[in-house]
Design a protein around this ligand. Structure first.
Ligand code: GLN
Length: 275
C-alpha cells in the first residue's frame, strides 16, 4: 500500500473531509515525517510496520471522536507547541485574541500577572515569552497543574511563572497589575449540546460554569478589585451572548470597561476592564 492509499482509505472511513488534516497529521506523526516529507513520499510504499500499527491505533481514537490534540499529546497556540492531555482544555484560537490584548497592555513593563484557571499554561507561557511580566498561574485541578508544570519546564520558564493550587484567587493578598482568565463559561444547555469530541474528552470543569454559564465570570469579577493594583486590568474571555451580564458584574464591582474585542465570527469574546 502507498501512503496516498493509506490516506485515502482512512479518510473515506471518516465520512467527513473536515478531518483530512487530522488524518494527515496522524500519518506524519506515526511515520515521523513532516508535512513536506509526507507530500514527497505520498507515492512510496508503506513499509514501516510499527508506524502502521501506531497510525491504526491513533486512527481508531479519531473515529471515536477523540480530539487530535489529545491523540498527539500536543497543540499549537500562538506559534508554540504545548503538551496537552485530557486533564486540560485544548487551547483555542479565540484565546489568542485575549493574549494579544494582554501583550499590548503589558508592553515592556514588568507587570505582575495572575492567570486564573491556567490549564495547560498556554496563556502564562506566551505572556512570559513575549513580555517582561512575572506570572502567577493558578488552577484548582491537580492533574491540570501537572500539565502546567510540564509546559513551564518545556519552555524553561521556572523563574518567570509561579504555580499555585487555588480556586480562582491565591490565598495571600498580594496585588496584581493584571488578571487574565479564560474561565469556564458554558451554560448547562451549551455543555449538554457540545459536540462529542468536547463532551466525551475535554474536562467538564474547564468548560461548564453552571446553569447560566456566567457563574465563574461573576466570581472572578467580584473578587478582582481586591486583588488588583490601583490601575490594574482584568482581561476575560467570555461566551456568546454574555456581554450584558458581564457588564452588570463589572458595574457591581466598580470596574470600568475599557474595551471589548470580537472574535472571527463577530462574537464579543474578550472584555478588558480596569479599576
Ligand atoms: N487557560 C487555559 C486556556 O485558555 C485553560 C482555560 C480553562 O481551562 N478554562 O486554554
Amino acid at each position: 500500500m502507498l501512503f496516498s492509499e493509506l490516506f485515502a482509505v482512512h479518510l473515506q472511513q471518516l465520512k467527513s473531509g473536515e478531518l483530512s488534516t487530522a488524518v494527515e497529521a496522524l500519518i506524519e506523526n506515526a511515520f515521523a515525517m513532516n508535512r513536506s516529507q509526507f507530500w514527497i513520499r505520498k507515492n512510496q510504499p508503506v513499509r514501516d510496520a510499527a508506524g502502521l500499527r501506531k497510525f491504526r491505533k491513533h486512527f481508531a481514537r479519531l473515529l471515536a471522536h477523540e480530539p487530535l490534540a489529545y491523540i498527539l499529546g500536543e497543540k499549537e497556540f500562538f506559534g508554540e507547541v504545548f503538551y496537552v492531555n485530557p486533564a486540560v482544555l485544548i487551547p483555542r484560537p479565540e484565546t489568542e485574541l485575549l493574549v494579544e490584548k494582554a501583550l499590548d497592555l503589558a508592553g515592556s513593563k514588568t507587570l505582575r500577572i495572575l492567570d486564573i484557571g491556567a490549564g495547560s499554561g498556554n496563556i502564562s507561557v506566551i505572556m512570559a515569552l513575549k513580555s517582561a511580566a512575572q506570572i502567577t498561574a493558578v488552577d484548582r485541578s491537580r492533574p491540570a497543574l501537572r500539565v502546567l508544570k510540564k509546559n513551564i519546564v518545556r519552555f524553561g520558564l521556572q523563574k518567570r511563572i509561579r504555580v499555585m493550587a487555588a480556586d480562582l484567587f491565591p490565598k495571600q493578598n498580594e496585588p496584581f497589575d493584571m488578571i487574565i482568565a479564560n474561565p469556564p463559561y458554558l451554560s448547562g444547555k451549551e455543555w449538554r449540546e457540545s459536540p462529542a469530541g468536547i463532551k466525551l474528552f475535554e474536562p467538564e470543569a474547564a468548560l461548564l460554569a453552571g446553569p447560566t454559564g456566567t457563574e465563574v465570570l461573576a466570581r472572578i469579577i467580584a473578587g478582582a478589585p481586591q486583588h488588583l493594583t490601583p490601575c490594574g486590568h482584568v482581561l476575560l474571555e467570555i461566551g456568546r451572548g454574555q456581554l450584558r451580564a458581564v457588564r452588570g458584574f463589572l458595574k457591581s464591582a466598580r470596574l470600568r470597561e475599557m474595551d471589548t474585542i470580537c472574535d472571527y465570527s463577530g462574537i464579543a469574546r474578550v472584555v478588558v476592564a480596569c479599576r
